[in-house]
Design a protein. Sequence first.
Length: 129
Amino acid sequence: MADVAARLASEEVVEGLRIIVDRMDGLVDDHAGYAEQDRAFHDLVMQTSGNRLARAVVRALESQVVNTVRYLGHPHREQCIASNAGHRRIYERIAAHEPEQAAQAMFAHTTEAWEVRRNGPGDPVRLRR
């Protein structure tokens, strides 16, 4: 979906993604606020892709697990900072209309985020590139 979003993103979408990423920088100590903006970022990417089926599946699954520790993990400030660096890379690739790089950035971000959640706090440095 990030690939397609990079192809289709309007100036308004790019600005919306930038606003969310910038806002998340200020929410690294507010885990609930950060999580809300995290979902908004990914939802805007999904909306932009036009893939309504995938978006519906993600939203349905998310509504069932959004408050579970397995889904949220135990977010720490350092993890939020590292995670938002991933969001910023995705945003930058979408803003540059670089579909392949946007898809790669999204894959890396989601894979690393799940890895951190599954393994506990560990070393959030592994999220930085």
